[in-house]
Write a protein that binds this ligand. Structure first.
Ligand code: SF4
Ligand code: SF4
Length: 381
């Protein structure tokens, strides 16, 4: 394993982190985690040097209005390992009072089986409500919890614009930031410019969605595969995506939401070959070509994070977008068949009433009802 400094925290983080938002499941219920598989994954990860684990209050819930099971499972599985670092997140969109903050923090500590959260994230700060939570006392709440010892180090996660990133950074003494960067998403929200800014301030940089919800890992369309084949490198698609990030010395840790033991093994194997500065100009030119090819395909930038779920009218939003994207880029009949015959009628795009409930929750700022209309039209349902 390889390690890099996490800003000024004094922590040396493994460059591969274990994200607990896509844990192995025994059924389609996100709370039905396969703990036997999970045990093997955690043990293998720790024994092979991964020392950074990340969860959140809302990971693995069947209903976003209540907490998920990820924190509790990770807390239980990591309690025997002293040498690992654990981060969790409190939903920024709910932080409107000290009562909520205080009660939620106690609940999280109980789930994690800790007296103090070593790495505390304010989860997914967005442009649309940052002013409200700031005015509502966010920083006062954090300081109180730091003073009483329940929080050690503080960061935030965001898909915000670069301008908002700067504003948030100016407002508080943050120690680390979690943001989305991959070779497709590198210009906005807040992109490589954001990464550079964080590095200049010596703030630890943690990266999410390195594989864009798996889109960069499997089923890549033929034109993309052809571009990769033209390289002298013998990298797999997953390797290209990780190396793009590990190549940058500004990156402290890349979180991967691993779902089975094989993925853990494979990702750890890739770390061993990774170094900062390992990619050359030809590699970057190739990734730019891949990116522009993807852009030509104009898919919906859904990462499958599930934050928009559940929809009160039953629409399976990420599944609709996934099948649409696959159908658009793969040029095969399979995705269309998946949508038409494997997605229940009640879960399809045409059930969207445009109530707008999901709009605030999408970190990718997707116009969900608008894009569902596109999906509906595309599949003619
Ligand atoms: S806008 Fe459509 S998809 Fe979103 S919550 Fe309402 S019905 Fe569901
Ligand atoms: S639409 Fe947005 S919130 Fe919903 S799964 Fe996709 S990226 Fe996540």
């Amino acid at each position: 394993m390889k390690y890099r400094a996490l800003g000024k925290t004094g922590i040396k983080s493994s460059i591969l982190g274990f994200g607990a938002m896509r844990l192995p499941l025994r059924s389609s219920n996100p709370e039905d985690v396969d703990v036997m598989e999970m045990r093997k994954m955690i043990d293998y990860a720790v024994e092979n040097g991964i020392n950074m684990f990340d969860t959140a209050l809302v990971y693995h819930t069947a209903d976003r209005a209540r907490p998920g099971v990820s924190e509790g499972i990770l807390g239980e599985m990591l309690k025997e390992y002293d040498e690992v670092h654990l981060s969790t997140k409190m939903p920024s969109w709910n932080i409107t009072s000290w009562e909520y903050f205080d009660k939620t923090l106690d609940y999280q500590l109980e789930q994690l089986q800790k007296d103090s959260i070593e790495l505390f994230f304010v989860h997914s700060i967005k442009d649309s409500f940052y002013g409200d939570i700031k005015e509502g006392g966010l920083y006062e709440f954090i300081d109180r919890a730091k003073d009483d010892g329940r929080i050690e180090h503080v960061g935030f996660s965001t898909h915000a614009s670069y301008e908002l990133l700067e504003e948030i950074l100016n407002d508080y003494k943050w120690e680390f930031v979690l943001t989305q960067v991959n070779y497709i998403d590198n210009e906005i929200n807040p992109g490589l410019k954001g990464l550079k800014k964080l590095s200049e301030l010596n703030i630890g940089t943690m990266i999410m969605e390195p594989l864009r919800g798996g889109q960069l890992a499997v089923n890549q369309p033929q034109p993309i595969q052809d571009i990769f084949k033209s390289s002298k490198r013998d990298f797999s698609p997953v390797e290209w995506a990780f190396n793009y990030l590990w190549d940058k010395k500004e990156v402290s840790c890349v979180f991967s939401g691993m779902s089975n033991l094989n993925q853990v093994k494979e990702n750890i194997r890739l770390v061993e070959k990774a170094e900062d500065g390992m990619l050359n100009d030809a590699d970057y030119d190739l990734l730019e070509k891949v990116k522009s090819e993807y852009e030509k395909m104009k898919n919906i930038p859904c990462t499958g994070c599930n934050y928009c779920m559940p929809c009160p009218f039953g629409v399976n939003i990420p599944k609709c977008f996934y099948e649409y994207n696959m159908d658009k880029i793969s040029n095969s009949e399979n995705a269309s068949i998946q949508y038409r015959f494997q997605l229940h009628e009640d879960r399809k795009a045409h059930n969207c009433t445009k109530c707008g409930k999901c709009l605030m929750s999408c970190p990718q700022s997707i116009d969900i009802p608008g894009q569902l209309s596109v999906v509906e039209k595309h599949f003619g349902d």
